[in-house]
Design a protein around this ligand. Structure first.
Ligand code: GLN
Length: 283
């Protein structure tokens, strides 16, 4: 089979399971051929050898069965860093970019106000994507720590920190900040926020990501109810809490912030214009 034809055939086969079939097919073909995605996209009419074709078909079949590309490749790019990712954690998503952007902005204004290095804690860290990206982008301007309820996730988060930063980040096993000691100037979190019934649908359709990372209870808000008041007690005066939210949760999560005494509340949007982050400041 010709390389180009393999790519369009693979993309067609993935159209019903993926929002990004061509991207997925090109990444999988690159892996099957042991080359880069750029090389695959520049491929001329040369034929795939039999082994390459068989490997590609195998990877396409795994994707069709519901396995995310990030799990198949064992890696996912986020904020320009190549994170190690597998079934122990949620795949880092572009959805989470606005959380990182919000946190960077908050960290820069805190350090301009004389709070350097900014003490940052990332709760529900999963693969460590948010914590490691912030540590990489802020360098000496921040001291970053992270926590997660899943020991398996924490192993991976530690690995990602070591691999991508060349140093360790303090990491603690914790149920929603329980036992975590502050004070922090900035707390970030992408807690599970999908409703349990929506999760049922995801898993009925072959979802592979850990339910622990997605299921936020009946209305998706269970973890915010615990996280927001608890964080308030861990923040220094003027400290900031920024959380990722589902696009219909802006009002409810803002109300929890207000109830816990946060001020300067803001709901921020993602690139698609959907509500994606709530931010507030401790008085
Ligand atoms: N944005 C994710 C999704 O919709 C949910 C992430 C989360 O629950 N924190 O799949």
């Amino acid at each position: 089979m010709m390389g180009r034809a393999a790519l369009s055939e693979g993309a067609a086969a993935l159209a019903s399971v993926s929002d990004t079939p061509f991207l997925d097919a090109s990444l999988l073909l690159a892996r099957a051929l042991g080359t880069s995605r750029e090389r695959v996209l520049a491929m001329g009419p040369e034929a795939l050898d039999e082994a390459g074709e068989a490997a590609f078909r195998g990877l396409i079949a795994r994707r069709i069965s519901g396995e995310p590309v990030a799990y198949i490749l064992g890696a996912k790019e986020f904020r320009g860093l190549e994170f190690r990712v597998d079934a122990r954690v949620l795949c880092p998503r572009p959805d989470t970019e606005p959380l990182v952007e919000t946190a960077l902005e908050a960290a820069l204004s805190l350090s301009a106000a004389g709070r350097a290095p900014v003490r940052i804690h990332d709760a529900f860290t999963g693969s460590g994507a948010v914590a490691v990206a912030l540590a990489a982008e802020l360098g000496d301007g921040a001291s970053v720590s992270m926590s997660d309820l899943s020991p398996d996730a924490l192993v991976l988060a530690r690995e990602n920190a070591g691999m991508l930063l060349g140093r360790e980040l303090p990491a603690r096993l914790s149920d929603c900040l329980e036992g975590v000691e502050g004070p922090f100037d900035l707390v970030t979190a992408n807690p599970p926020y999908v409703t349990s019934s929506f999760c049922d649908g995801i898993y009925a359709a072959g979802g592979r990501e850990p339910r622990l990372a997605l299921d936020g209870g009946a209305d998706g808000l269970d973890l915010y109810r615990r996280l927001v008041p608890r964080t308030r007690g861990l923040l220094s005066p003027g400290g900031v809490l920024a959380v990722e939210i589902g696009d219909e949760q802006g009002a409810a999560v803002s109300a929890l912030f207000a109830e816990a005494g946060f001020a300067e509340l803001a709901v921020l949007r993602d690139l698609a214009g959907r509500d994606r982050v709530v931010r507030g400041r401790a008085p």
